[in-house]
Design a binder for this molecule. Structure first.
Ligand code: NAG
Ligand code: NAG
Ligand code: NAG
Ligand code: NAG
Ligand code: NAG
Ligand code: NAG
Ligand code: NAG
Length: 384
């Protein structure tokens, strides 16, 4: 599949001529944008996660930066701290409410006994309102008379006006579908969940809007049928593998969800007259990276860099990135490949820093956005 750009609409330049001044990012999502929430609540990712950029594990499931890190850099903001991080977080320029394994809809099968995160989107939203309420409380009750509390507000929390001026980013939905697939639901049953998923996501956007949020950046979900962990754990017959090597039914499902999400975003644009909502087509960028990896300087797009299990996918559920496995009588550390910088997939589930950077470079100018505004223009509304 070739790169398909959204045809630019006729823009009213009065609407979209100046850069936005986003002072903060509030992010809602899953492991693709988790900068430490899962690590704070459950088990922190271990080495070799983080090795390429941070030189140590820093809460992210990747060898380096995530798309959300590049978004923060692109807006001139510091990387986001996780809301759940109790030690030394600085929320001045935003907060990351995601945890790895998060879903939109609450799940039964949650950690520590199950496989998914209990911090689904509705809980992430409650955490957001709690942070905002408490910030406002401190602001309203600490005007100078309580120096210490005032300092907390000044140096660690978003300013009051940041909540309306921030960029609210969403990257979530993938795990709802894989949770259902792992629970043996059929593809058509999983399709039946998508209206609830987009319904809950839309409801969260509306709640944030009703509290003053105005700029929203909503990323669609990736071609999950190209991920080693699904190709191994939920293998499909060869007749359902496309020319690239991806599982057609799962990619088809991602596209089905993305179509529903796009419709929901269009509906939100008409329901929320003061909102600027950008829909970002991550699926197309990632599928073109995977299907034309060599053209873009990458190799082995369906093979995990950090994994175990051989040439085809290098992924095994029993021996995941950072773990150990007994092989030929010896303990073997499941470490990184030689050149993560030319690899797409990091650990069978998540992407490498190089792939995340590629995606960011493709989306930052608005070429995959609707409306086709660049990241720095994402506070502008499409002219009606
Ligand atoms: C935050 O304040 C709003 C409005 O007063 C209230 O509806 C909401 O329940 C509060 N949220 C939390 C988590 O305290
Ligand atoms: C938190 O970050 C802001 C913005 O980068 C900075 O001005 C502030 O000093 C930081 N707070 C602390 C306690 O370091
Ligand atoms: C799904 O089906 C497989 C194969 O029939 C079975 O081994 C597995 O236990 C099932 N999983 C669930 C959650 O029911
Ligand atoms: C949110 O999802 C639940 C199912 O978990 C569903 O019952 C509810 O109707 C959804 N809410 C919206 C606004 O779509
Ligand atoms: C892909 O999805 C469409 C519906 O969106 C369906 O008609 C088609 O059969 C699916 N193809 C495969 C190979 O799953
Ligand atoms: C993306 O858009 C910019 C202008 O905003 C253009 O210069 C660039 O060539 C586009 N990138 C690609 C890959 O087409
Ligand atoms: C746990 C974690 O990922 N913390 C990171 C939060 O973001 C800061 C940068 O703002 C990193 O230095 C931390 O490692």
């Amino acid at each position: 599949m070739a790169l398909v750009y959204f045809v630019p609409l006729l823009l009213n330049h009065a609407y979209a001529s100046s850069n936005c001044d986003f002072p903060a990012i509030f992010n809602f999502g899953d492991s693709n944008s988790d900068t430490g929430g899962y690590g704070a609540a459950f088990q922190p990712p271990t080495k070799p996660n983080g090795e390429t950029f941070f030189r140590q594990p820093v809460g992210r499931f990747s060898d380096g930066r995530l798309i959300i890190d590049f978004l923060a850099e692109g807006l001139g903001l510091p990387y986001l701290h996780a809301y759940l991080d109790a030690v030394g977080p600085n929320f001045t320029n935003g907060v990351n409410f995601t945890t790895a394994a998060s879903t939109i809809l609450p799940q039964r099968n949650v950690l520590p006994l199950g496989g998914f995160s209990p911090f689904s989107l509705n809980l992430q939203y409650i955490q957001f309102t709690r942070l905002r309420n408490n910030s406002h409380f401190i602001f309203n009750h600490a005007k100078g008379e309580n120096f210490f509390v005032k300092r907390v507000f000044d140096y660690l929390l978003p300013k009051k006006d940041y909540y309306s001026r921030a960029l609210y980013t969403f990257d979530i939905g993938h795990n709802d579908m894989t949770a259902a697939l792992f629970a043996n639901m059929s593809i058509s049953e999983v399709r039946g969940l998508t209206p609830y998923m987009v319904g809950n996501l839309s409801a969260t956007v509306k709640s944030v809007y009703n509290e003053g949020g105005r700029s929203f950046w909503i990323q669609n979900t990736d071609p999950s049928g190209c991920l080693p962990y699904l190709l191994v754990n939920l293998a499909v017959p060869p007749s359902q593998i496309d020319s690239v090597g991806c599982a057609i039914p799962y990619n088809n499902l991602s596209q089905f969800y993305n179509d529903k999400l796009r419709e929901a975003v269009l509906q939100l644009c008409s329901d929320l007259p003061l909102a600027a909502i950008t829909y970002v087509d991550i699926y197309s960028v990632k599928y073109s990276l995977i299907s034309q990896a060599h053209k873009y300087g990458f190799e082995k797009p369906l093979v995990a860099c950090c994994g175990y299990g051989g040439d085809q996918f290098n992924y095994s559920p029993q021996a995941q990135c950072g773990g150990t496995i007994k092989a030929n009588g010896a303990q073997v550390f499941v470490g990184s490949c030689d050149k993560p910088s030319v690899r797409v997939n990091w650990d069978g589930v998540h992407y490498t820093e190089a792939a995340n950077k590629f995606v960011f470079d493709q989306i930052v100018n608005g070429n995959f956005s609707d409306p086709p505004f660049s990241l720095r223009m994402a506070c502008h509304r499409k002219a009606n």
